[in-house]
Ligand binder design. Structure first.
Ligand code: MG
Length: 508
């Protein structure tokens, strides 16, 4: 109701927003999920990243664009065959959270124990035995690259395509690592030399989705006394164009998008912003010229660049734990801010809406899998109990030699009964396990035919899921989901379960 009143007060003519709101507010895919408790009442400052956080990109269009521009660079600068220019982009081939092993030319999905769950060599599935005895050290940059932002998906798919070409003998003397380095160089270049951004800014509506609830959400935070700031790695000229597009003026009485934010930081150089000591610069919004900032407090309306979080806290007067930062990059936005500062963090995971929508669609099968898995776990528990009784009985027979004939008969009969129960349990476990494996595979393919669900693999949490859980206080699919919650809400985490917590349930 609070959200409805807010719209009616601010935009009485926006009936379509009310309709959308009513539809969205009952849709669980737009929920906010809690890893660590967070009290919004204690948050005074809310910072936002821009790309893939405030600005939701049209995945298909932008990835295709990045793929295409990189192919042009590979042909022009690195001598790749011209016919690669006609390669179609497959937006569904890779998912976030994969690792590129550029020593072996593979894409990997690993779980939270750093075990490899799925392997592709180029675009083709490969055998897991390739990694049988291989310890995956994901921070070994000499060997692995992490597909951890949505910007890196076209890079991963391009690598897979080029490995196919390498294996077909089309890339001369290049090896797996050189191909990776060529692609990384060219994709960095399209970001650096402006080719990607100039195309996006020519047609913002094609590449960026304008979320109608975003201005309302920011306004709601402001009305409740929160102080907002923008902290992005993008340059001023690009930030200005994108933000202007996102927060169209006049609707809520703001003259410019800059009026939503008390402070604006561009070219922030995250993750260095959280661990380095770069001084702040002042950006001239007209000439884009940067000069050192020498004041002892931020001046509202000024554009700053570079900087670091400690100086931010001194100049703004914010305590670390009063700041909540919302971003989409696990390493640059959430992990570094969580490790090197006391800032509370929110991760925007755009894929959540699809992932949760799929889970809803597959609910009946998920319930069946849960029942089967519970049955298997219960049987395993029973097997453990029978086996330990049998073991105790055998130890008893060794320890005590003077049993009477009747006692020995009883012992023998009990032993036979236990052995029979163990055989039954083992048979039932094998049957149930087979059903679990088949159903799990079917479910997994429904999420993604090649890589399965984003947050899991089999019974385990994926590396991506593990990072989301470890580093983000909250996670959600988009910033405007906060619109549906009170601005002083206490976000409470669910009770954490340890394996021994299931003991009662299994032993019944
Ligand atoms: Mg971003």
């Amino acid at each position: 109701m609070e959200a409805l009143k807010h719209i009616l007060r601010k935009q009485p003519d926006k009936l379509h927003l009310l309709t959308e709101l009513l539809e969205t507010s009952v849709d669980g895919t737009r929920d906010i999920f809690v890893n660590r408790p967070l009290s919004m009442a204690h948050i005074r400052y809310i910072g936002f990243d821009m790309d893939y956080t405030l600005a939701i990109y049209n995945k298909r269009e932008i990835e295709d664009l990045a793929f295409r521009l990189t192919l042009i660079k590979l042909v022009g600068l690195k001598g790749y065959p011209e016919d690669i220019l006609t390669l179609p982009y497959d937006v569904d081939h890779v998912i976030r959270g994969l690792l590129i092993d550029h020593r072996k030319g593979n894409l990997l999905k690993i779980n939270r124990f750093k075990q490899v769950c799925r392997v592709h060599h180029g675009t083709q599935p490969a055998d897991l035995s390739l990694y049988f005895n291989d310890r995956i050290n994901q921070s070994d940059m000499q060997r692995f690259a992490s597909v951890d932002t949505l910007f890196s998906l076209p890079e991963a798919y391009l690598y897979a395509c080029m490995i196919d070409r390498l294996e077909a003998g089309d890339l001369g003397a290049k090896d797996y690592t050189t191909v990776f380095e060529d692609i990384r160089y060219c994709i960095d270049l399209i970001h650096r030399d402006g080719s990607l951004k100039s195309e996006i800014t020519r047609n913002l509506a094609r590449y960026i989705y304008r979320d109608p609830h975003l201005p309302l959400t920011l306004d709601k935070f402001i009305q409740s006394g929160k102080r907002l700031f923008l902290l992005t790695n993008s340059e001023w000229f690009y930030t200005d164009l994108v933000m202007e597009y996102l927060l169209e003026t006049d609707t809520l009485g703001y003259q410019s998008w800059r009026d939503y934010f008390e402070m604006v930081f561009v070219s922030a150089g995250k993750p260095d912003f959280f661990k380095g000591q770069n001084p702040f610069q002042v950006v001239n919004p007209d000439t884009h010229e940067e000069t050192p900032f020498e004041g002892d407090a931020f001046v509202p309306g000024t554009i700053y660049s570079r900087g670091n979080h400690l100086r931010f806290e001194q100049l703004s007067g914010a305590q670390g734990n009063e700041v909540m930062y919302v971003g989409d990059h696990i390493y640059g936005d959430v992990m570094r801010s969580g490790k090197d500062s006391n800032w509370r963090t929110v991760l925007v995971v755009q894929e959540l809406e699809d992932e949760l929508g799929k889970t809803e669609e597959l609910e009946e099968r998920h319930q069946r899998l849960k029942r089967l898995s519970n049955r298997r776990d219960k049987l395993l528990y029973e097997l453990h109990i029978h086996s330990s009784h049998l073991h105790s009985l055998e130890s008893l027979k060794v320890a005590i030699s003077n049993f009477s004939a009747t006692e020995l008969q009883v012992l023998h009969r009990t032993e036979e009964e236990l052995q029979e129960s163990i055989r039954k349990c083992q048979k039932e476990i094998a049957k149930t396990e087979e059903k679990v494996a088949a159903l799990r595979q079917e479910l997994s393919r429904s999420y993604h035919p090649l890589w399965g669900p984003l947050f899991h693999d089999g019974d385990e949490i994926s590396r991506f899921g593990d990072q989301v859980r470890d580093y983000a206080c909250l996670y959600t699919s988009r910033v405007s989901n906060f619109f549906f919650y009170p601005t002083d809400r206490y976000y409470k985490s669910l009770r954490d379960i340890m394996p021994h917590d299931r003991w009662m349930e299994l032993s019944r």
